[in-house]
Design a protein. Structure first.
Length: 307
């Protein structure tokens, strides 16, 4: 039997599964540092091959298994923004390694908090406050020796809620700053039991303002790279359709979209390509992904399905 050819969606799915396995089994794996580094290299390679599909997968993301998915999403966005700033391949792969492992000390708590509607307990608050340093210690125990990787994990909560970096904190790792702002951006657009997700354009605008605007190179690079309506996000069109963004367009406000749901709530049997440069199909608003309860055939949307 011939092996079924892999599509980009299968690749990203396998990367997500591999991420979860490695993070969950780090204590039993004497090759953890090497395996995680190989995974980071695979993420970097996949980003070069299928950037828009990768972005779609990161932004569309399934709600299940939040902690692992969020780590991979942060790795993707941080490395993408670093590429815009001209950072080296080595630094971008270190960003990926650090992002994948930034919350290794609180994976279970992170999943719990995504479903929790009550305030944090004192124990939970303490676990959150100490997880960067505990994460570094876990990595050291797993034979991670790269100081940039360790330092980035230890420092990845640079400011409170994505605010601007204080002028007197010139000792902070640039890699940690990039991971931090990618982490905050993605947390804003992810739904929680306690709050709805922010629309992507509003999350981008609020992060930009709170982080110091164009004076903050990390937040600015993330927002410029992802755009107002990144692939995988949902939008409302002028004709009332709810659509999903597949690719960036010629301008920031004219992405390539496919309509999924009509103005009267009818789900189209087959998605419909819309030209958002036309008045009747212009993008009116971003729609939080938690409000669109559809299971998308992503391979079909991108033309990867075969008979």
């Amino acid at each position: 039997m011939s092996e079924k050819p892999k599509d980009p969606f299968a690749l990203w799915s396998s990367i997500l599964k591999r991420t979860g396995m490695l993070l969950r089994q780090h204590k039993e794996n004497p090759r953890f540092a090497q395996d995680l580094s190989e995974l980071a290299g695979m993420v970097y390679w996949a980003m070069q091959q299928h950037q828009e599909i990768g972005t779609f997968e990161m932004m569309h993301g399934e709600a299940t298994g939040y902690a692992i998915a969020h780590s991979l999403q942060t790795a993707f966005v941080a490395s993408l923004a670093a590429g815009r700033l001209g950072w080296s391949e080595s630094d971008r792969i270190t960003l990926i390694r650090a992002s994948l492992t930034m919350n290794i000390a609180m994976l279970d708590l992170q999943n719990t908090l995504s479903l929790q509607t009550t305030p944090l307990t004192a124990k939970q608050r303490a676990e959150i406050d100490t997880h960067p340093q505990r994460g570094r210690e876990i990595l050291e125990a797993a034979n991670v020796t790269c100081q940039d990787w360790l330092c980035t994990v230890a420092q990845h909560h640079v400011t409170l809620d994505g605010r601007n970096v204080p002028q007197d904190r010139n000792d902070l790792s640039q890699l940690a700053c990039m991971v931090h702002y990618a982490d905050v951006y993605l947390a804003r657009i992810s739904p929680r039991a306690s709050r709805v997700a922010q629309p992507v354009n509003i999350a981008a605008r609020e992060l930009f303002m709170k982080a110091g605007g164009a004076d903050n190179p990390y937040a600015a690079a993330i927002i410029k790279e992802m755009g107002l309506y990144p692939p995988g996000s949902f939008v409302k069109l002028a004709n009332g359709d709810t659509a999903v963004v597949l690719r960036k367009g010629e301008t920031a406000v004219t992405p390539q979209v496919h309509s999924l749901i009509s103005a009267d709530g009818w789900v189209f049997p087959d998605s419909k390509l819309r030209d958002t440069a036309k008045v009747e199909f212009r993008v009116m608003a971003s729609v939080p992904r938690g409000e669109v309860m559809l299971s998308l055939n992503r391979a079909k949307l991108f033309g990867y399905t075969t008979a």
